[in-house]
Structure formats: C-alpha cells, structure tokens
Ligand binder design. Structure first.
Ligand SMILES: *Cc1c(COP(=O)(O)O)cnc(C)c1O
Length: 379
C-alpha cells in the first residue's frame, strides 16, 4: 500500500526527485515589485508596499484593519499584548499547535492552559472548552477566574490547524459568555472560511503568517487583523518601536518592538496575494485528487470540516495506529518524499510541561496517527 502512495505522489508532482512538503511558487509580479524596491532604495521599514499589503489583506479577509508584522510569531506576541495578557495571566489554547502559539503566551509572562481539540477539525473543541470553564472557573467583576490557581484567564487562542477552520462560532459564543478575549491563530488559514466568513475575523484579533512554508509568502512576514480601530492603532504603534510621529524627534511613549515588515518582504507578498485564488484553487484540486486516491487506501484522508471551506494548506492522512504511521514516515522520507508527523503536543514540551492540561485524548489520538503529505500547488 505504501508503494501505491509513493507512486501516486510521484505521478502527481511528475518527478522521482525530492518532493518537498510545501514549496513557494513565484510566477507573478514578484521580481518586478522587488526590483522596484531596489531601484527606489526603499527596501526597509519605509515604502509603499507595506501600506498596499495592509490594505489588500484587509480587503481579502474582510477585516477592517490589517497591520503588517515581521512574522506570525511577532503578530501573536502583539495580539496577546493587545489583549492585556500580563505576567501570571492565563490563556487557553490547544496542545496540538505549532510552538509559536505557546511561545508568544510566555513572552508576555502568560500561562497556557491546554484544552483538547475536536477530531473532525483538529482545532480547539468548544465542547471541551465549555466543560472546562463550567467546572473550573468563576466569573467575578466580568473576569474569568480559574478556581484552582486563582489567576485570571484573559484570552482564548484557538488555531485553525493546517488551514481547516475550527468551530469558531461556538468558541466565540463561549468566549463572550466567559469574558475571554478571542485571538485566532490563523497563521495557516489564509483563504479558509467558516460559514463564508474568513478565519481570523471572528475574534477581536486574528493573526496570519507569510513564512516561506505557508500558502503565500513574504519570505518572512505576518499580520494582525481586527475590526477595532483602537487595537489596530495600538498594534501599529507597538510594532514600530512606539515612536510618537514627528518629522525629526525621537520620542517613544512606551516599550515598543521593532516588529515591522520590511518593504522588500511586503513587495513579495503583495505580488503573491495577486494570485491567491490560483494558489487556493490548485490546492483544493490537489486535495480532491488525494481524497479520491485515498478512498481506496487503508487510512483516512482528512477532509474539510462541515460549514467550512479549507485552504488545504497541508494535506493530512490519519493511520489506524502509530506503528503504521512510523513506518510510512520512514519509507516515504527514504524515498525522497517529504512527509511529517504532527507537532509534538505542546503540553509535552519541556518548557510547557508544568502548565495546566485537561484530558486531551483527541489531540493524542491525532498526534500518534497523522502525517502531512506533500501539498505544494501542482502548477
Ligand atoms: C507558521 C505558524 C506560526 C508562526 O509564524 P512565523 O511567521 O513562522 O513566525 C504561528 N502559529 C502557527 C500555527 C503557525 O503554523
């Protein structure tokens, strides 16, 4: 059965050479815009492409405001600062995510609480979330207090895993009920929609990543999206060293960060964004082809959850057990086909081990059995 899979993937990508998990493609105005930056000398933190990028991302996602950042991780850090996450505050997230989600919580001195995911979305489970909050917290003066630690739970940060939207409308309702600020880690889900609304626009704040392995790339880059004017202004201020605008004076009114996206990177991602529909339709076609192929194979192809349209960033197959998964990882990688297991669960990593973790059977199930298979667009 593994031979059939290898054969299918090699045929799909028309090569027997190394097949990466996800590689960037440049076929639009990338070189033109980059040359323009170089010719104009505006390669760094000033230039028109950052403004264009912010405008286009807001348009594309339907968010009122977008603020460009140096990467997705810095966007997460700023998002949590916007939510006033401070030393000792708690933030709910999922154990099944990329390490950046939890690192950003710790940058603010926050403490993650790990709540299980749903098997059909790989994202935070509203059922598990509701049950945790109902059984373990008390609302006092519109603050959600964790009974066991006495700390305030400030925010909830679900992630749309591999581009598949989680049940974000239910999560949003729960967050409102428990006075939690909802931050969506939409790093992987540009173009993915839940009930026809773009992921990242349900909560008060959403973030995206334009790293080289994501669907479209800035080389390195990210953004914060929000409908809240005050938060957008604060995000811009914090990411640009908190400098008070003035023609020549250096006045900074708080501890800020140099998290801005350089014009060069913005130029690259603006060109990529012009072709976003092509990227996503190619990826959705690939997922259709995989789905058809895997219907005859003894493992499950992970399909987009109900009510949602996924960008299928990384296609995922789920094996019956860990042994099969391990064997598949070895055989494919030995044959030049890049496949990857899901991330090690966050609650198992040394630096996050001591934080609160509820029962996470679904995350464990998926972690042991899931593999990402090559997912670059096929054009
Ligand atoms: C890629 C990614 C990030 C971080 O983005 P960078 O641009 O690499 O800093 C954060 N969260 C998730 C879930 C990601 O996949």
């Amino acid at each position: 059965m593994f031979e059939d899979i290898i054969d299918f993937i090699q045929k799909t990508y028309k090569t027997k050479n190394l097949i990466p998990l996800h590689e960037p493609k440049f076929f639009g105005n990338e070189k033109k815009y980059l040359n323009e930056c170089i010719d104009s000398t505006f390669v760094s933190s000033v230039g028109k492409y950052v403004d264009i990028f912010e405008k286009k991302i807001a348009e594309y996602t339907g968010a009122k405001y977008a603020v460009a950042t140096s990467n997705g991780t810095s966007a997460l850090h700023i998002a949590l600062l916007l939510a006033n996450v401070e030393d000792g505050d708690e933030v709910i997230t999922q154990p099944l995510t990329f390490v950046a989600t939890c690192n950003a919580i710790r940058y603010c001195g926050g403490r993650p609480i790990f709540i299980d995911v749903d098997k059909d979305t790989m994202g935070l489970s509203p059922t598990a979330l509701r049950s945790f909050l109902a059984n373990n917290t008390t609302i006092k003066n519109k603050r959600c207090i964790n009974n066991s630690t006495g700390k305030v739970i400030k925010a909830c940060m679900p992630m749309h895993t591999y581009g598949h939207p989680c049940k974000i409308d239910e999560i949003k309702e729960i967050c409102i009920q428990y006075s939690l600020i909802l931050i969506e880690d939409a790093a992987e889900s540009i173009g993915s929609k839940f009930k026809q609304k773009h992921t990242g626009t349900f909560g008060q704040i959403g973030i995206m990543s334009f790293n080289g392995n994501k669907i479209i790339t800035a080389g390195g880059g990210g953004c914060i999206i929000t409908d809240n004017h005050t938060l957008a202004k604060k995000a811009k201020h914090l990411t640009t060293t908190a400098k008070v605008p003035h023609k020549w004076n250096f006045n900074h009114d708080m501890v800020g960060y140099n998290y801005r996206m350089p014009n060069l990177n913005a130029a690259l991602v603006v060109a990529q964004l012009e072709n976003i529909d092509k990227f996503i339709s190619s990826k959705r076609q690939l997922s259709e082809d995989y789905k058809a192929f895997f219907s005859n194979i003894d493992c499950t192809f992970f399909e987009e959850p109900i009510n949602s349209k996924s960008n299928y960033w990384l296609n995922t197959i789920v094996f019956k057990n860990k042994k099969q998964r391990d064997l598949f990882l070895k055989i494919t990688n030995d044959n030049g086909i890049m496949t990857r297991p899901i991330w090690q669960l966050m609650n198992e990593l040394e630096m996050f081990k001591s934080y609160e973790c509820t029962s996470i059977d679904n995350a464990k199930y998926l972690e042991e059995r899931s593999v990402n298979i090559p997912s670059s667009p096929t054009f």
